[in-house]
Structure formats: C-alpha cells, structure tokens
Design a protein around this ligand. Structure first.
Ligand code: SF4
Ligand code: SF4
Ligand code: SF4
Length: 463
C-alpha cells in the first residue's frame, strides 16, 4: 500500500489575459497557407492568434471594439441561393471558388476588372496594379453572361482595374452592360482622366455610368503618401466636372491610421452637402497587393471609422446611426443614410427603427413589423444598393412614407455613408468570405468572393 505523502504546492495558477471567443480559419501572411486562427478578446479588442508550421506565430487585430463586434452579429440574414454554381466542392473552402454549392450568399455586386494598367503607382494598391493587359469586349460580354446565368437580372456591376478609364474600349463595354439590361453600371476610377480629358468626359457623359471616385481627403500630404503624388486639385476638379454634367458620384476613401483618420468627418459632411455626391464609402486600408510596412496589431478597423465620424461631425453622424449590412457577414460593413432637404439633416435610423427590422434573430418574435418597410430597408441595407439609383430612392421613400411625387427630389437629398472593411492575409476570416456577396467575375468563368480573390487568386502582384 502506498502512503500518501502530501507535498504542498506553492505555485498559483494564473488566468489568461484574453477570452477565447471562437476558432476560425485564416491565412499565413507569409505563405498564404490556410491555417486555424483563435479569435480572442483582450481589453475590448478582438484579434487573431494563429500559427503556421513554417512561419510561426502571428497576432493580428480584427476590431478595436468588441462590444460593437458582438452587437453586429445579430444583423445576419439568411443567404439567397444563386441560380447556378460554377464549381463543385472538391478540395474544401476556399479552394473551390466558385461559386461552389456551399457558398452562403448570391452575388449582390459583381466586379469586373477590365485592365491591370494604371496611370498611378499608389504605394498602397490592393490590386498591385501596374500591368498592361486589357480584356476584350468579347471577354467582358462572356463575363456578363456568366453573371446573368448565376443572378438572373443583376442590378449592379462595377467596372474596375487597375484604372478602367485607360481601357481603349471602355465606352463599348459600358454600353454593352447597359444594353444587356444591367440597371447600374458603376465605374471605379481615380478620376485623373475625368479631370484632365475633355473628349473623354464628353463621351462618358453620353453613357452616364455611376462614378465610384477615389477620394481620400482634403490635404496634399494624404495624396502624397497614399497615391504617390499630390492629387487634391485633380480630385476636386473631377468632382466639379462630373457635377456639371449631372453624374451620380460615390466617394471611396481609403483610411489609414494617423494619416487621414482626422478628416473623415470633413469628407462625410462634404458628401452630405454636395448635390451630386450620393454616397461615401470609407475603406480601412488593407495590406494585399502593393503596400507599405505596417503593424498588424495597430490599424484602423470598422468601429474606429464610426468613432471618428461620431467625434468629428458634431452630432451629424453618431455611431448608433450605422447598422451592419446583413447580406454579407455582418462584421464586413455598416452603413447609414443621411437625409438633407436643405433645412433639416437627419439619418434614416432616427426616422425608422431600422434595427428592429434588420435584426433577423429578434424578428421571429416581433409580429407587428410591416413587410413593406422591411422589404424597403432590406433593399437599402444591401451591397446591391447604389446611392442615387431609383431603387434606393424608392426604398427610402417607401420606408419613410414619402409620396411618389417627391421621389425625384429625393435623389439630391439622400446620401449613403458607409464603411467596408475588406480583408488581408492578417485579418482574413474564412467565415466572412464564405458569406461574401461581392464577387469578382473572372474571364475563365468563375465568380470568386472579392476577399478570397485579393488574398489567394490575384495574379498581378507587380508594381
Ligand atoms: S468561398 Fe464560397 S465559393 Fe469559395 S470555396 Fe468557399 S464556399 Fe465555395
Ligand atoms: S490603388 Fe492606385 S495604383 Fe492601384 S489601381 Fe487604384 S489608382 Fe491604380
Ligand atoms: S468583399 Fe470581403 S469584406 Fe466585403 S463582403 Fe466580401 S468578404 Fe466581406
């Protein structure tokens, strides 16, 4: 028989400094291998902790505000199944794109990169643009047909690049998409040709695509650092020239911590008060393609943009005005709509209880919600919603009870303000990609979630 000897243990167990929230799949930032990642919470920040057998450990910030991150998860709606799939489940996600039958959402927005050429060499360019290849009109036609086979009647596409205004057949491509019945053709541009080339603008005006204009702030240093040259005057000139011709403009601002995050309120107010600017989308910088050095634990995250807007707009926009978009994974983006009739400026969530309508978990227990309002708000809080489009104006009028006569006037009175936090290999979260509704349309006949494409499939890393 053993006699139990009692040995006193003096060591004290310690708690870990963080809470384990969940396990997901991510990427090794060095080799892009798919690896497991712990999602942890410490000091109200969400971050990933992950290990690559070849390259070791990586920590990467996901959100600077866990409370915001957690509250956003309730805005998650069931996905819609596309009409067709273009691949099979074979190797596992994300290697079967796509879309494969296991993808959780259809295509709200199809992106067609018609060239990898660009007239800038931005030090941060998620596409790493700097090539010299252009898709043919026939290739674009096949890509649009692919999107139609999958979607039926796609509402919106975006022509992107590179810089799509350099494409020698841009006007034929825009006209083709319009003739094929796509309601909104959006042109994603840095605005240089629009500012400088009269003949180009004249031809563009005949087709009037929606313009998604890169616009990062109001000081020269922002452009020098982000775009490699001072483009402030060029950007303002492009806006003036587009406004003169009656284009709908959406500003797209890349946000870098310590560079232009003090100007976000000014950009939003400029957009809200400008008659031709229908929206502004803030995009925290991602570190794919060509990029400058950075610390993956210190970066701008989605709630940081909301906090900056709250602090910099004197009550015009508060954090509470922004509701996550429920068609993709709800931590991907958040938007609001501002109504400005010249006398009053307010936001849609102050006029209608948007939260109740878009909270799909709570909804099951609320029976007195109007289906019409719900439908209108779902149309507004969607990645398909293009600021300035008839659908947005009609849906806004519908959920606010405005008369049909006032819808045309609404066009100049509504501004969408949003944040879209794209992913890079540091913060890549496969569950977000699996419900992505923004898809790259590829000439080889595939639709690939945009963040999967940028991190795993993009060929052009030159520059
Ligand atoms: S990201 Fe979507 S389409 Fe791609 S493999 Fe995963 S489930 Fe399939
Ligand atoms: S980020 Fe700059 S370099 Fe890259 S495509 Fe846009 S304008 Fe061109
Ligand atoms: S593109 Fe990226 S950030 Fe946007 S919805 Fe898709 S997965 Fe989310």
């Amino acid at each position: 028989m053993h006699s139990a000897t009692s040995k006193k243990v003096t060591a004290i167990k310690k708690d870990r400094p963080e809470i384990f929230l969940e396990l997901t799949r991510s990427l090794c930032p060095a080799c892009r291998k798919i690896i497991d990642a712990d999602v942890l919470v410490r000091d109200n920040k969400v971050f990933m902790h992950k290990y690559c057998p070849e390259h070791g450990w990586f920590d990467a910030l996901v959100s600077n505000d866990f409370e915001h991150y957690r509250a956003g998860l309730q805005f998650n709606k069931p996905g819609t199944i596309p009409l067709t799939f273009n691949s099979e489940v074979k190797k596992g996600c994300p290697q079967d794109c796509g879309l494969c039958p296991e993808h959780k959402q259809h295509t709200c927005l199809g992106i067609l990169e018609i060239t990898d050429a660009c007239n800038l060499r931005c030090p941060n360019c998620f596409a790493g643009a700097g090539g010299n290849s252009f898709l043919s009109v026939d290739q674009v036609k096949n890509m649009l047909e692919l999107l139609m086979t999958s979607e039926g009647n796609p509402e919106v596409i975006q022509l992107s690049g590179g810089e799509p205004t350099l494409h020698p057949e841009l006007f034929s491509i825009i006209a083709l998409a319009q003739q094929m019945g796509i309601k909104v053709v959006q042109l994603n541009t840095n605005g240089i040709r629009i500012a400088q080339d009269d003949a180009f603008l004249e031809q563009l005006t005949r087709l009037k695509p929606s313009i998604y204009l890169q616009f990062d702030g109001f000081t020269s240093d922002v452009y020098l650092q982000l775009r490699g040259q001072d483009l402030l005057e060029t950007k303002l000139r492009a806006i003036d020239r587009l406004a003169e011709q009656g284009f709908n403009i959406v500003l797209a601002a890349t946000v870098i911590q310590g560079l232009n995050d003090s100007q976000l309120g000014q950009i939003a107010e400029f957009a809200v008060k400008h008659k031709s600017i229908r929206g502004v989308m803030f995009q925290p910088v991602t570190y794919t393609g060509r990029h400058q050095d950075f610390d993956p634990m210190h970066r701008t995250t989605l709630p940081d943009v909301l906090s900056a807007l709250d602090a910099q707009t004197a009550g015009l926009l508060t954090k509470k005005d922004f509701i996550p978009v429920p068609c993709p994974y709800p931590t991907c983006s958040a938007i609001t709509y501002v109504y400005n009739d010249g006398n009053e400026i307010t936001t849609l969530p102050r006029l209608v209880n948007v939260e109740d309508y878009l909270d799909y978990f709570k909804n099951r227990f609320i029976t007195d919600l109007s289906p019409l309002t719900q439908g209108a708000l779902e149309g507004l809080w969607s990645a398909c919603a293009t600021p300035g489009s008839d659908d947005v104006n009609n849906n806004f009028a519908g959920c606010c009870g405005f008369s049909t006569e006032s819808i045309k006037e609404l066009e100049e009175e509504i501004t969408m303000v949003g944040v879209h936090a794209f992913m890079d290999p540091y913060n890549f979260d496969l569950k977000r990609a699996k419900k992505c509704c923004i898809h790259q349309v590829l000439p080889e006949g595939k639709l690939v979630p945009f963040c999967v494409y940028n991190n795993l499939k993009r060929g052009c890393q030159h520059g």
